[in-house]
Write a protein that binds this ligand. Structure first.
Ligand SMILES: [Zn+2]
Length: 441
């Protein structure tokens, strides 16, 4: 009856036919995350909608909307984790979509303003009832034999493709592949364990990425990316750490700006931002960040020099810029740009498994040598290195690539001065192949 009334009113008030369907629903995408399914609707105008949730059904009525010629509701015809079917039907001036679910889910919907490469969007997140966000189990910090935990964050994902290469490859997919290789190599080291922050094609808010690593008590956070620039000849890998005081280069500033817009493209509802601020506002933040800043730079240097033996570098030093994803207050954090997808040769390389293996190996070697230089207390690795050290005292050590006097000294747990004296060194310079006497303590 109500519908008839509305039609009647519209006929009486003489709305022009064109405004009946002010909006066009053009496309539907589905992204599946471990804790939720995201359904995204593309429209030509701001979406006005009503949402009802009833048992295992979510019904969205798009006001004054018609389906576009290309709209494919068959997108969920394939088996989906949480959706059984998606049915659309024109209902007067509106378009009604019924989503039949495999059980009870909590729907959360929000709209997103246009940002390249998208126009207006409505996002529907379906969370398993009562699940909220994905919560990693807090790792107990038992002393003596825990693994060193490395959080690997593949950039972008889901709605956010990241940079798009000349060969149409998406950054989100390339960095997922590289990250999985990095994770596998870390797990193979022994005494190390990897934690993939994203493990599939879905988007995670930037804050949630480092929160995830914090809760798991990771010892290092590594965000992995591949960049694009307006010029095709720009190339090489770079490593970044966080700067709150501006970027060390114009490229760094531009990059941070681009990476930080991920949340706008990937889509972050108010929900995922709620309750996250206390940590960031903490008075301790500045203090703990200061300590982590130098640790981050050291980790970055180690990874950069390892990468430099495998691939071209964009800059020979660790750069700094205001990356949102690196704002973990208590974990050393670095961001690795593995190369430029806008450079056709590098895009080709980064898509190849042989090159991805090389890059992953270099990243892991860099991480490993940084961690081994000062292993986190309470880890199996720290225990093992201390044992090696006491065995090695009174013996000799041959300097290898990457060694410095201070590095050798800290490896064997002795002071730099003692090592210099034991070897009658006039300076702190050591060369590859040089044999040093390691004094018994
Ligand atoms: Zn990126």
């Amino acid at each position: 009856m109500r519908i008839t009334m509305r039609l009647l009113i519209m006929m009486v008030s003489g709305w022009p036919a064109g405004t009946l369907f002010a909006n066009v629903l053009e496309n539907i995408r589905v992204h599946e995350a471990p804790d939720h399914t995201r359904v995204v609707f593309d429209a030509t105008e701001v979406v006005k909608y009503t949402l009802t949730n009833d048992a295992d059904k979510v019904v969205i009525v798009f006001a004054s909307t018609k389906p576009g010629a290309q709209l494919d509701t068959e997108i969920v015809a394939a088996p989906r984790q949480r959706i059984n079917a998606l049915q659309g039907q024109v209902s007067g001036p509106d378009y009604q979509l019924t989503i039949v679910l495999k059980g009870r889910f909590e729907p959360k919907a929000f709209t997103l303003a246009p940002i390249a490469p998208y126009g207006h969007r409505l996002v529907l997140d379906l969370f398993a009832a009562g699940s909220g966000q994905k919560k990693p189990v807090e790792a107990p910090r038992t002393q003596g034999d825990r693994d060193v935990l490395i959080a690997i964050d593949p950039g972008h994902g889901g709605e956010d493709p990241g940079a798009i290469a000349a060969n149409r490859q998406y950054e989100k997919n390339i960095v997922m592949q590289i990250s999985r290789r990095v994770a596998a190599k870390i797990d193979a080291l022994g005494g190390f364990k990897s934690l993939l922050v994203r493990d599939g094609d879905y988007y995670i808010a930037l804050r949630d990425r480092f929160e995830f690593a914090r809760k798991a008590r990771a010892d290092l956070f590594v965000s992995i990316h591949a960049d694009a620039f307006t010029r095709g000849d720009v190339r090489g890998a770079s490593v970044f750490t966080l700067s709150e005081r501006g970027a060390t280069s114009e490229m760094g500033r531009r990059l941070a700006q681009k990476e930080n817009s991920s949340d706008l493209i990937g889509g972050v509802g108010e929900v995922s931002l709620k309750g996250k601020d206390p940590v960031l506002k903490s008075v301790l933040l500045d203090l703990s960040m200061e300590g982590n800043r130098s640790a981050s730079v050291d980790a970055g240097k180690s990874v950069l020099s390892s990468l430099g033996r495998t691939t071209n570098l964009h800059k020979r030093y660790v750069e700094q810029a205001g990356f949102m994803v690196l704002k973990a207050p208590d974990i050393p954090s670095i961001l690795v740009e593995t190369g430029f997808l806008s450079n056709p040769a590098e895009a080709r390389l980064l898509s190849q498994s042989a090159h991805q293996e090389k890059v992953a190996t270099a990243i892991v070697q860099g991480i490993r040598s940084w961690i081994e230089n000062s292993p986190p207390p309470g880890t199996l690795l720290a225990k093992r290195l201390a044992e090696d050290r006491s065995r090695a005292r009174g013996t000799r050590y041959e300097v290898v690539r990457g060694d410095t006097l201070s590095r050798v000294a800290s490896r064997f747990g002795i002071s730099q001065r003692k090592l210099r004296e034991a070897n009658n060194l006039k300076s702190d310079t050591v060369r590859i192949g040089q044999v040093l006497v390691i004094p018994a303590s």
